[in-house]
Design a protein. Structure first.
Length: 321
């Protein structure tokens, strides 16, 4: 009991030895602390320097970013102005070209029909037919250019109304059925009964459909088939599809053909007329309806273009006649 309560007595020598040991330990720790303080000072000096350099780099970066932003903004403004000037030029030119072209088309038709009396020479009559057809072809291109310019300038407007797509499909197919049968192509339509009507611009939907059908007729050989179908998807989107069994589009060209003036193949090997405006126009007109156009194709198998319009445009089914 007594042993636990009172520590064993130490001799003087032992005490002195312990004190000496403690002093050595304190001296060692003091040296270590000094060393740590020196190291800390050196590190904070390095940190301070690094901080200064970072601040300088940051300042440089901010200046460079501000400079680049200024340059980009200027380039963007320039590009916008150039695009606006191009659109205005195209719109002006197209308008100027249309006036004489209408005279060429009108008068060649009068000559072709010999409304003012007989032409007298069969070759001249054939020339009148060719002038009339060429004039109409040129007018089509000019109208497309004008439309692209209008869309780019943000001046194209939607004239929305209730549209019965079945009617528009029937009308467009009727219009192109002659051309298709002359090319040995069959056009099929598969529209479910009770297909809902759309809130859309009828003229523009028709323009898209005529362009897509025109492409399918151009790029599908004899004995080919074109199928026009429409349905409402499971999420309520309206899908209008034109599919053909034609030559198809190479995978690496699927994106570029959506750009204005781009066509597959080169001008020398291409056997079809066109200026490469149809698809970009269809895409732009669809996007004006807040929809999207998708292109799927396989070379040698065919092409399938789908116009997808948002559920907000889908109305109740057309009332039974
Ligand atoms: N159904 C299709 N089958 C195969 N190729 C197609 C089809 N539709 C478009 N293409 C390819 O995409 C290109 C671009 O089509 P787009 O309709 O924009 O122009 P285009 O028909 O050549 O000329 P435009 O429509 O101005 O008369 C076409 O030249 C053709 O190479
Ligand atoms: Mg086309």
């Amino acid at each position: 009991m007594n042993d636990l309560a009172t520590p064993p007595k130490m001799s003087r020598e032992q005490l002195l030895a312990q004190i000496a040991q403690l002093e050595r330990r304190i001296a060692r720790e003091a040296a270590a602390r000094r060393k740590a303080e020196d190291l800390l000072e050196a590190r904070s000096f390095d940190l301070h320097n690094a901080n200064q350099s970072l601040r300088a780099i940051n300042g440089d970066l901010e200046r460079i970013v501000a400079e680049r932003t200024r340059e980009l903004r200027a380039a963007h403004d320039e590009a916008l102005a150039a695009s606006r000037a191009k659109s205005q030029f195209l719109a002006g030119m197209s308008h100027e070209l249309r006036t004489p072209l209408n005279a060429i088309i009108g008068f060649s038709e009068v000559m072709q029909l010999e409304l003012q009396g007989p032409i007298g020479n069969a070759a001249y009559r054939d020339y009148a037919v060719i002038i009339h057809e060429s004039g109409q072809h040129l007018l089509g291109i000019i109208n497309d250019i004008l439309d692209v310019a209008k869309i780019e300038a943000g001046r194209m407007e939607l004239h929305e109304e209730v549209v019965d797509v079945a009617e528009v499909v029937a009308d467009s197919v009727r219009l192109l059925s002659d051309r298709a049968s002359r090319a040995g192509i069959k056009i099929k339509t598969t529209l479910p009964s009770g297909l809902p009507r759309l809130m859309a611009d009828r003229g523009k939907i028709r323009q898209v459909l005529l362009n897509l059908l025109g492409n399918s007729i151009k790029f599908t050989g004899k004995d080919g088939t074109i199928t026009v179908s429409a349905r409402v998807s499971s999420v309520g989107k309206f899908l209008l599809t034109v599919a053909d069994t034609g030559v198809g589009i190479p995978e690496d060209a699927l994106e570029s053909v959506m750009e204005a003036f781009v066509q597959c193949g080169d001008a020398l090997t291409r056997s079809h007329h066109g200026s490469g405006l149809g698809l970009p126009l269809c895409k732009a007109l669809t996007e004006m309806h807040c929809g999207c156009l998708t292109l799927e194709s396989e070379v040698g198998k065919g092409t399938c273009v789908t116009i997808s319009l948002p559920p907000q445009r889908v109305l109740d089914p057309a009332p039974a006649a």
